[in-house]
Design a protein around this ligand. Sequence first.
Ligand SMILES: Cc1cc2nc3c(=O)[nH]c(=O)nc-3n(C[C@H](O)[C@H](O)[C@H](O)COP(=O)(O)OP(=O)(O)OC[C@H]3O[C@@H](n4cnc5c(N)ncnc54)[C@H](O)[C@@H]3O)c2cc1C
Length: 392
Amino acid sequence: MPASTAGSTQAMQTFRVLPFAPPPGSVALREEIRAFIAENMPHMDAPQRVNSWAVGNREFSRALGRAGYIGMTWPKRYGGRDRHPLERYIVLEELLAAGAPVGMHWIADRQSGPLILRFGTEEQRMQFLPRIAAGELFGCIGMSEPGTGSDLASVRMRAVRDGDSWRVNGQKVWTTNAHNAGLMIALLRTGEAGGRHEGLTQFLVDLTAPGVTVRPIIDLAGGHDFNEVFFDDVLIPDTMRVGAEGDGWKQVTAELSLERSGPERYMSCFGLFLTLIQRAGANPDAAMTGLIGRLSAELWTLRQMSMSAAAQLAAGNDPMLEAAIVKDLGNSFEQELPRLVQAAADADMDLSANEDFARLLALLLQISPSFSLRGGTREILRGIIARNLGLR
Ligand SMILES: Cc1cc2nc3c(=O)[nH]c(=O)nc-3n(C[C@H](O)[C@H](O)[C@H](O)COP(=O)(O)OP(=O)(O)OC[C@H]3O[C@@H](n4cnc5c(N)ncnc54)[C@H](O)[C@@H]3O)c2cc1C
């Protein structure tokens, strides 16, 4: 396994593997999505083909939406296709393996849509889901604030009742995709905190509403993925409240299993792995054969675990423990891969190099530390795992 600590060995013994079979027609579906990608994927420079779920392209998302590859598992009356979650999984892994630019719609498809489907009103479902499924409306997650990251229960940004609306002031931060999104699902404080997890409510926020300002944050590698979002007397109609007042914590934790268990949690460096194999050629030496074999075995194991979590979600369970394990081990794999490749390969690391391999390696060595921060840090995930194992 990628991380061979005693804790992760024990966690593995507790991982509930749900037997799952590929749905009928999955071979044909895989062919179908590969053909779609070959026909529709825009030219992407090599560094854009890794971590590509953070790379957005409006036209490509629209094309995916038109072809029925967004909101695939949602009911047809909301613009979905009633497909099986494991069929969706096949589509996602093919898109990630190809390095397709799926960042524009990724959050709405993975998280915002399913949240609206589960906790939203019928009006909200009809208003938002068809546009998300069509690749026309993109989402972002408004959880973190300055001073609130791991400890989400410490959210301070407040929504105050004002007639039929809620008046909101404050700031969200690290908001991925807010500069492209029309919709934010914001976690806001609506009541006095009795217990730490009380008094929180989720809202659908129209990011074009008066008083909303989105400012870019440029990361260390020069990329613009995330933002600060300021709210200055923003009025949110009560009809845009998701679920009951005070139910925000319960809903947010349900959302996190969707956020943590998918193939994006171990495939961010897949393009480098493919390039490594191509570069090794037909007769790799023993060390390279060993490295490729090791990485393949880890990748395959992570895939089985992640698909099993998808099967749990399909069966109506909440695989919170399994999702935390997939993310922790998957992120360890994604961070180790560029380091192992760097140690094994004789290549200059240079973002401006001619060789794709050197540019990919340089980029991934720079950005991979963030993989175990986004979506919950390693320490927080291990705390969840320990609690579920009865260790704390
Ligand atoms: C690329 C990227 C994209 C992101 N996108 C979004 C987004 O779209 N929306 C959004 O809302 N947020 C987003 N985030 C924010 C992300 O969720 C937070 O960075 C993360 O939850 C950690 O919070 P923090 O940065 O405040 O660090 P802190 O919570 O301050 O943690 C600092 C360190 O202390 C450790 N620590 C904290 N609490 C404990 C504890 N109880 N036990 C042990 N160790 C602990 C942490 O593990 C970490 O190592 C993104 C972050 C990144 C890097």
